[in-house]
Design a protein around this ligand. Sequence first.
Ligand code: CP3
Length: 360
Amino acid sequence: MAETTELTSPPAASQAEPTSIFLRACRGLPVERTPVWLLRQAGRYLPEYRALRERHQLLELVSTPELAAQVTLLPVDLLGVDAAIVFSDILPPLVGMGLELEFAPGDGPRIRNPISSTRNVDLLAVPPAEETLQGTLEAIRIVRAELEPRGVPVIGFAGAPFTLASYAIEGGTSRDFTRTRAFMLSEPAAWKRLLTKLTTVQADYLLAQARAGAQALQVFDSWAGRALGREDYLRYVAPHNRELYAAVSRAGMPVVNFSLGVSSYLEEAAGCGGDVVGLDWHLPLDEAWSRIGFERPVQGNLDPAALLAPWRQLRVRIDDVLDRAGSRPGHVFNLGHGLVPQTPVDNVRRLVEHVRERTS
Ligand code: CP3
């Protein structure tokens, strides 16, 4: 296992007040306008991305530093967003653990050897990110060097333990997470070992991304909120998320806790850690923000489907999010989940421009 204690104190640069509006908003500091970036901002809705995908497999894009860096920079150049998120996926860390990952065309991710026994859990490796995910770490170095002079920060990311466990057990994206929940309830000790391994791998990976040059980190817990009720979340997931956020806080940079679908236990999910809470679109922004406390910065929360509506309707929905944020410090404009492939690029461009103009 890699030493993750190298960053016992934050690097000098992060101790000074940040100048970028994204990093300032993540600390609840005043900004001259609301920063904006978008979940899945470098995906298939961009013709430039689709052109690259015609020539390269997804995992090839992810593991080739120059290509991953090129994709990461697309939305910065084309849209002028206020942060770049390194182009990767949440699933590649599973490969180093011994799971066989593929992205079948039009079919989403597949694991060819999903976990079905306690023995499978015990055989999972816990390799250091520096050995298994160098492509992404190198992409971060390239993007950081490119964007540093332009004042645009780089975000690193990873999946939360439950969300990764669900892929490892289901073998793909699931509608109801039955296998995952059955495993969790019938093999609680193996479940704990599985989530402990995943937490170790993810914490190490996030800290490695910080060392490579990431200036903020985001944790995606996409499925715990959909799969579990509050009591099971608190018992089987929250302790691991708390451990992950505690470990990652040593990077000394803002960490975004994005937990999708947790409206019925938002306080508990946000309470696991992270400096900034990423909000999905299920609750009005002001209502969600008041529940976790206005002193905690938030990121969100436009419904990505609004981008499929004509501009007049879209603008009303953007303004609604901005009005609900009010003039409080600590708001990063974003979507409540990722951009979908059929989104018109022009709507995305107008969204970014509108947020800039309305909040300047
Ligand atoms: O621009 C960015 O936001 C960075 C890139 C990014 C990708 N995946 C690239 C990708 C990020 C942040 C992710 C995170 C991710 N991946 C999550 C968490 C966020 C969320 O959406 O809830 C999850 C659950 C995954 C797993 C995953 N990857 C699925 C379910 C799929 C298939 C569905 C889909 O959207 O196609 C992917 C594939 C994937 N990851 C694509 C991209 C751009 C599309 C695949 C392609 O190019 O063919």
